[in-house]
Design a protein around this ligand. Sequence first.
Ligand SMILES: Cc1cc2nc3c(=O)[nH]c(=O)nc-3n(C[C@H](O)[C@H](O)[C@H](O)COP(=O)(O)OP(=O)(O)OC[C@H]3O[C@@H](n4cnc5c(N)ncnc54)[C@H](O)[C@@H]3O)c2cc1C
Ligand code: FES
Length: 348
Amino acid sequence: MKQFKITLADGERSFLVQEGEAILTAALRQGVMLPYSCKNGTCGSCKGKVLQGEVHYPFHPPLALERTDYAASNALMCQAEPLEDLIIQVREIEAVRDIEIRMLPARVAEKSQLSPSVVRLRLKLPKNQRLQFLAGQYVDVLLKGGKRRAFSIASCPSLEDEIELHIRHVEGGDFTGYVFDTLQELDIIRFEGPLGNFFVRNDQPERPMIMVGGGTGFAPLKSMIENLLEQGDRREIHLYWGARQSEELYLDALPQQWAKQYPHIHYQQAVSEEDHSPDGYFAGLVHQAVVADHPDLSAFDVYMSGPPAMIDAARSAFLKQGLDVDRLYYDSFEFGLDVPVRVLARPH
Ligand SMILES: Cc1cc2nc3c(=O)[nH]c(=O)nc-3n(C[C@H](O)[C@H](O)[C@H](O)COP(=O)(O)OP(=O)(O)OC[C@H]3O[C@@H](n4cnc5c(N)ncnc54)[C@H](O)[C@@H]3O)c2cc1C
Ligand code: FES
């Protein structure tokens, strides 16, 4: 099959597009993050300039392209297909500031129990809406009275018309209590996102990664790993997933499968409050499992997410083991912003 080389004018990046494939589809498949939103030619988010070469729109002229755009050699990358090799000028997404933050309603397409304390929600976006995000980012679920609750996106960014969340039940929690007791499939949830700076850094792709999740802290790591696998990125990943009881490792079979299938993925469970854990599980806190395996962390990039106590303990332990503070990235699952105020206001 014929393919065309597309070179980005502002950088040294290039990628290949198969004949009959849209430029945006090919770019995303090869890990080149170009901006987009609707992917059907109506919003204009993916607009760029063709500096050299020719494109065409085999189905219909896209709505978001005006006559002046044609004259200015502008193209909609979600619809345009190359007729020859191209040089294009389009803003590549290199950081979260390049991604549009949006407020969207979503329908609960699935609510399923992953463990006694964790549910998976699959939220379907409205027709023709897509959420562009970097694997690892989170959304704020919007509640009545301006309150919001943060949840990491567990699904891969390539699955753009829905997102998956893993929600742990918090004892006495307003929103998580509502999710467990009341929320039903087909209900609508509003959220804002994507948010946060937790995403895989690609500036030194030769460095091996350690990923550490506590409880539902597995969610953003799942998104990151699925995304890396999809992009054919084969850098070494050492995944550690910790909980108090082994039943709280609610998708344990999934990373086990990754480790079996991919030689560059290694997986270790850690369980801190159980007398008889399954064979091979580390007995203790998850950061202790990391330190036991890697006394020298200076060569690693470390990504971690989970409860604040885990993040604090792991951070200080890892820095003592030589981890470069600039190569440590984390999301600490703190309370919603209104909660500390409420807790402090309680009579003692
Ligand atoms: C960036 C980020 C990403 C997050 N991602 C996820 C995720 O993917 N999955 C997930 O399950 N959670 C995640 N969280 C945590 C989640 O936001 C909170 O658990 C949630 O806000 C609790 O809401 P609630 O309304 O049920 O509880 P609230 O009504 O807000 O709190 C009720 C009481 O529960 C306690 N509490 C509240 N939150 C916590 C907590 N996190 N840990 C311990 N005790 C708490 C407090 O004592 C509080 O008084 C994330 C948090 C952040 C900041
Ligand atoms: S992404 Fe909306 S027009 Fe291309």
